[in-house]
Design a protein around this ligand. Structure first.
Ligand code: ADP
Ligand code: ADP
Length: 228
């Protein structure tokens, strides 16, 4: 699903963000990406979503080599990736329904199909009764779930999350991770970047750790993580 081969990224200003990173996430896997602020987590996610390009090395998504894909294929590959951010990036003057429907409207789905899928997505995240609400009237945890519904509404095979629990307390954070588990059990690959080691420690998932742009550990959660 996601494969990095000796990937390095240096920004135009000369800032090295990733250094010879190698890893492979299989279809259907769920994994965490961690490391301190500045370690390179966002950069790594941006290489996957083709917001940034590697300076050296290869990134493959679903077998597509991102170095050689054509420009018009970029939208096609991005369609397979549901992105979730810390700041939910919701439209505050639109209803929950309209926010979740947005990706489908852009794709040109019919109104009937859109309604069906939006209702299913809201049901999955437990917000069926908030369809007509404005996001501003919802709690932080509910707003994050709207963001998740929007990310999954077109059923992408891969979910990428960048600090999805950044503004939430431990209990709500756990609920969000449980939601990701539900999607993972339905066959979706899930990759979650977070610096919340407490959250990771309570789970048993593969955890990739970046330090100053280098991948220093890759394995199941264990006490080594806390020792850094
Ligand atoms: P993290 O998400 O782990 O906090 P980032 O990927 O955002 O790490 O950043 C890794 C390094 O790359 C940092 O030193 C950061 O300052 C630098 N960096 C990130 N984005 C840019 C950019 N657009 N231009 C220049 N340097 C950047
Ligand atoms: P920051 O990294 O400054 O905290 P945000 O959390 O708002 O910013 O967004 C994370 C990053 O994801 C931004 O740099 C933005 O360019 C990028 N981004 C925004 N929309 C998308 C998208 N649809 N797909 C992939 N990346 C996106």
């Amino acid at each position: 699903m996601i494969k990095f081969e000796q990937v390095s990224k240096t920004y135009p200003g000369g800032q090295r963000a990733l250094s010879k990173v190698d890893f492979h996430i299989e279809k259907g896997e769920m994994a965490f990406l961690t490391g301190h602020s500045g370690a390179g987590k966002s950069t790594l996610l941006k290489l996957i979503s083709i917001m940034e390009r590697p300076t050296v090395g290869r990134v493959l998504i679903n077998g597509h080599d991102l170095n050689t894909i054509r420009r018009r294929d970029i939208a096609f590959i991005r369609r397979d990736i549901g992105m979730i951010f810390q700041s939910h990036q919701l439209l505050m003057d639109k209803s929950v329904f309209d926010n979740v429907a947005l990706p489908l409207i852009i794709e040109g789905y019919t109104r009937k199909e859109t309604t069906k899928r939006v209702e299913a997505a809201l049901e999955m995240v437990g917000l069926s009764d908030k369809s007509r609400s404005l996001p501003i009237t919802l709690s932080g945890g509910e707003q994050q779930r709207v963001g998740i519904a929007r990310a999954v509404v077109n059923k992408p095979p891969l979910l990428l999350a960048d600090e999805p629990t950044g503004n939430l307390d431990p209990k709500l954070s756990m609920e969000i991770v449980r939601l990701f588990e539900d999607f993972n059990q339905a066959g979706v690959s899930v990759f979650i970047a977070t610096h919340d080691l407490g959250l990771i420690a309570r789970m048993r998932y593969r955890t990739l750790t970046l330090k100053q742009g280098k991948m220093i550990t890759d394995g199941l959660t264990d006490s080594d993580l806390e020792a850094d």
